[in-house]
Each structure stands twice: as C-alpha cells, then as structure tokens.
Write a protein of this length. Structure first.
Length: 168
C-alpha cells in the first residue's frame, strides 16, 4: 500500500511540465455491491447511494490526461472517501475513456472490518459542453475487507458510478 501512495505522490508532483490544469466538481449516484464468500457459498447485497467530489484534469500530452479525484461516497451504513487516480484518454473531442487504480477509506467500519479498500476503475466520460460532462465508471474492489479472514472467506466492495461534472 505504501508503494501505491508513493507512486501517486510521484505522479502528482512529478508532472511539473504539464501544459494545462483544469479543476472541477462532480456528483452522481453510486450503485454499490458487497460480495461475501465463505466456504464455497457466495452472497451479494446491493445498495444505492451518492457521491460528490472534486477532480483535476492534468494534461500530460495531447493523448493523455491524468485525473486524480477525491470523493465522498455515501452508501447506507458504508460511507467512504474514494481517491481514484485515473488515466483519461481522449478518443474524440467530446468522448474519453478512463482507467486506473482507486483507494477507498471506509469511514464507519465495525469490528473485524478493514477501513482501507483498493481496486481498479474503468469507465467513460462525455463532454456536453466546455464546462459540463457526464461520466460512468465501474469500480472493482480487490481488497478483502474482513480483518484476519480465514482461508476461503472474503468480503469485497464494488460500485457503478453515474454522474455529472462541472469544470471550473
């Protein structure tokens, strides 16, 4: 986990020669799912929540944009701070694909539940105008959220995000 934080810090602070930076706000719905596996059985639960946050678009080149975000994600009894570090690849002037790692800090964990989630995200964004865009992303949770989980036991949190954004 320390290596991931170090890579993120190097990426953010190492991009001093970037040509442009845009900041903005985004918000939308999160359709979260928790998958629990134990002894060959699997159970999934789903909840709908919302997210709100801020992002930066850092132009690295004409064909690559680094987009770090910080978002508050509220899901019934499982709020978190999400930090996706996305590569944004423009496919056309209005349409971009997104992919990258994501960190999540669960805010209200109970006993036996880890507070650090990590995973990968992929999605797309469409610019409606110079300032407004819509986005859809899927976050695949890779961390087992059960502390000291016995072999064969796991609990993973994933989510599908759909929202709008405004570039300042």
């Amino acid at each position: 986990m320390k290596k991931l934080f170090l890579c993120a810090a190097i990426a953010v602070f190492g991009l001093t020669s970037v040509s442009a930076q845009n900041f903005g706000l985004k918000a939308g719905a999160d359709f979260a799912s928790m998958k629990f596996k134990a002894e060959g059985a699997s159970v999934s639960t789903s909840e709908t929540g919302f997210y709100i946050g801020a992002f930066a678009d850092i132009d690295v080149s004409e064909s690559f944009v680094f987009q770090p975000s910080v978002m508050y994600v509220s899901i019934d009894e499982l709020d978190q701070i999400a930090i996706p570090l996305m590569a944004k690849i423009p496919v056309s002037e209005e349409f971009s694909v997104l992919a990258g790692p994501s960190l999540g800090i669960l805010l209200d964990t109970g006993e036996g539940v880890k507070s650090l989630n990590f995973g990968v995200e992929a999605g797309a964004a469409y610019d409606i105008s110079e300032q407004f865009f819509v986005e859809a992303r899927y976050s695949l949770g890779l961390a087992n959220l059960i502390e000291d989980a016995p072999s064969g036991y796991s609990s993973k949190l994933s989510g599908f995000f759909v929202g709008v954004g405004y570039k300042l």
